[in-house]
Design a protein around this ligand. Structure first.
Ligand SMILES: [Zn+2]
Length: 320
């Protein structure tokens, strides 16, 4: 490693450590509510717990998401809001159906209307999520007003899950974008399990270009900025293209894991922890995205090599 590369590495390690120290310092053993702007707050729970965001207006409060990593966080939030504000929670907004981000939010059902994407409600009912069942659902975009503040809910199609939305409060310059953004550079997610990778890439571009956004609130940890959408997009595009290239060259999943190291992204948070699951789940996404060519012995696309537990190969003909 040359000198300047080594120096750059030191700086990056320093930044990563610094960010970690901030995250640890924020949580002092009991949950708290911290200001993001004058009227927007974020809960600080144990490290890595999902963010809950509160928007205060003269006519009532809006709560976006909640967490249950550790018991009673939403119950704590309800108590804390009662202590701080003399207006009730009027709306609860669910960013997506993943329980980690929405649990126990039924504690606000006595005063609040719960809003989500239409598909979120379906997942909540099917999986029997521990949360408030949405009263109001929408398909593409929704707006509501409270205390003179505008709230815009965006759905750009399937990205991370098929029902993730973003919540924009233009008057505050705040965009709440759980699980599609993260503080600093990061892999963002452990895997692409229920993701639509190509639409995720397009949506990251759209989010980076939204007007009236000064602060982005990710799903976990502290606030971030709009340009970080593009850092994540860069990683997802590179991973997709490199895995695809290997698949087109008939590499096995073991060979892909060996060859696609993504070392140029090794300064991204969670690189060590999540790279393997990112590669495997990207492979799985691309397996379902493409049809290989017929090879010289004529079998080609009809011989599947799906490697995880159940090889679904063996078809001699009839591939659709
Ligand atoms: Zn999620």
């Amino acid at each position: 490693m040359n000198h300047s590369k080594f120096n750059a590495l030191l700086i990056l390690v320093g930044i990563a450590l610094f960010q970690d120290v901030i995250a640890q310092e924020e949580f002092d053993g009991s949950p708290s509510l911290v200001n993001i702007t004058d009227n927007v707050y974020r809960t600080v729970h144990r490290p890595a717990a999902a963010n809950s965001v509160v928007i205060a207006t003269d006519e009532g409060l809006v709560v976006v998401d909640g967490t249950c990593r550790g018991e009673g966080d939403s119950a704590w939030l309800k108590e804390e809001l009662g202590r701080r504000f003399d207006v009730p929670v009027k709306y609860v907004v669910l960013s997506h159906d993943h329980e980690d981000h929405i649990c126990d939010l039924h504690v606000f059902d006595d005063t609040a209307v719960t809003i989500s994407h239409a598909l979120t409600r379906k997942h909540i009912l099917r999986e029997k999520r521990n949360t408030s069942i949405p009263d109001v659902i929408f398909q593409d975009e929704m707006e509501f007003f409270l205390g003179g503040k505008q709230f815009i809910l965006y759905y750009f199609g399937p990205t991370h899950s098929d029902n993730l939305i973003q919540i924009h409060i233009p008057d505050e310059g705040v965009l709440i974008a759980p699980d599609i953004s993260r503080s600093g550079k990061s892999l963002v997610l452990p895997d692409f399990r229920d993701a639509d990778v190509n639409n995720l890439i397009d949506t990251l571009e759209k989010l980076s270009n939204l007007k009236n956004v000064d602060i982005v609130v990710p799903g976990h940890r502290g606030t971030t900025t709009q340009d970080r959408f593009l850092d994540y997009q860069k990683f997802v595009m590179a991973l997709r293209d490199r895995v695809l290239e290997q698949m087109i060259n008939n590499a096995s999943i073991e060979e892909i894991l060996e060859r696609v190291t993504m070392e140029d992204f090794s300064d991204y948070g969670n690189y060590d922890l999540w790279l393997r699951s990112n590669i495997i789940s990207m492979w799985d996404n691309m397996y379902r995205y493409r049809e290989p060519n017929v090879n010289s012995n004529g079998a080609g696309s009809y011989q599947s090599s799906y490697p995880i537990g159940y090889p679904i190969g063996g078809y001699e003909s009839g591939s659709q």
